[in-house]
Design a protein around this ligand. Structure first.
Ligand code: NAD
Length: 312
């Protein structure tokens, strides 16, 4: 298990006050800074003859978006100097075979982190698969043991996307203490852990958090009261200017592929925020792409590094 807290306590940080003019929470820049630091740390491990972090990633089937995400994770491993193993299975693989592979990776002392790219085919239970990963190698932070530790404020593997958002807020020294954060979305991998992290007695953290979801009434009213909005619902351009208070910090988690025949790929990526109209009202805002996406990968790299140095 991790031995140190991943975020400083609220007393240990300095933050800048909100600025009036909109600024970009540039995830590419922040993630590069994290990867550059990790690269130095890995070089140090190597120089000392210590073990190099090893991430094993499993991809089932050939979903276009999953292929893109997994390729980006493998590339990030190369960039920071980790070893990575990509294990591919046909869409038709049985759950038993997949679980057997995870067991093998759990028992392999050379593997520090295991991730299974979601979504999985319908005949395989996400829950069974997540629960089968050794919590000490669960660098995606989805295992119930790690979620439980997060709830208790104990050192843990924080799910990569909310962890990436916390790192982004930290990188740009965004003031969070006492702010009202509205999280839209309550999924186990984004919205719910995000709400726990933002309400924790850490920096970033100490927000008063409202968590909204598909059954929330008067969502606009909550959003208009928000100093910080985390939009994680997966509905393109859902958050519009009339929902955002002047000076708010807006973090757009959404990534939806929207058809675009003018592009070679045939699609473009859209966030959950109508960027063009919302941005002028914000103090800070994430772009899509180039915001939360790269931070998720940087957070995964950090979790894998910590797994390695904790065990070895
Ligand atoms: P999900 O489908 O599991 O959860 C969506 C949540 O949004 C649900 O809790 C639901 O209650 C809520 N919701 C749906 N419609 C709503 C509405 N009209 N009003 C208020 N709440 C509503 O999705 P998820 O896995 O949490 O992902 C959310 C988005 O974030 C998706 O676009 C996904 O692709 C993206 N995502 C991005 C990254 C990244 O690295 N950038 C990582 C994970 C997910």
């Amino acid at each position: 298990m991790l031995k140190k807290l991943l975020f400083p306590t609220a007393k240990q940080h300095n933050t800048k006050p909100y600025l009036c003019r909109m600024k970009i929470l540039d995830g590419k820049k922040a993630s590069q800074a994290i990867k550059d630091e990790l690269k130095i740390d890995v070089a140090q491990l190597s120089a000392e003859g210590k073990k190099i972090p090893h991430l094993a990633a499993i991809l089932v089937g050939a979903n276009g978006a999953s292929e893109t995400y997994i390729a980006a994770k493998v590339k990030a491993c190369e960039e920071v100097g980790f070893i990575s193993t990509l294990i591919r299975f046909e869409e038709t693989i049985s759950e038993a075979k997949l679980l057997a592979k995870i067991k093998e990776l759990n028992n392999d002392p050379d593997v520090d982190g295991i991730l299974v790219q979601l979504p999985l085919p319908k005949h395989i239970s996400d829950e069974e698969v997540i629960n089968s990963i050794d919590p000490d190698k669960d660098v995606d932070g989805f295992h119930p043991v790690n979620i439980g530790r997060l709830m208790q404020g104990l050192p843990t593997y924080i799910p990569a996307t909310p962890y990436g958002i916390m790192l982004l807020l930290e990188h740009f020294k965004i003031e969070t203490s006492g702010k009202h954060a509205v999280v839209i979305g309550r999924s186990n991998i984004v919205g719910r852990p995000m709400s726990v992290l933002l309400s924790s007695n850490t920096y970033p953290g100490n927000c008063t958090v409202t968590i909204c979801h598909s059954k929330t009434k008067n969502l606009n009213d909550y959003c208009l009261q928000a100093d910080i909005i985390i939009a994680a619902l997966g509905k393109p351009e859902f958050v519009t200017a009339d929902m955002v208070k002047e000076g708010a910090v807006v973090v757009d988690v959404g990534i939806t592929r929207v058809e675009d025949s003018t592009r070679k790929s045939g699609f473009k990526l859209k966030g959950d925020v109508a960027f063009d109209e919302v941005a002028p009202k914000c103090s800070w805002i994430t772009p899509v792409p180039g915001g939360v996406g790269p931070m998720t990968i940087a957070a995964l790299m950090k979790n894998t590094y910590h797994s390695c140095i904790t065990k070895n």
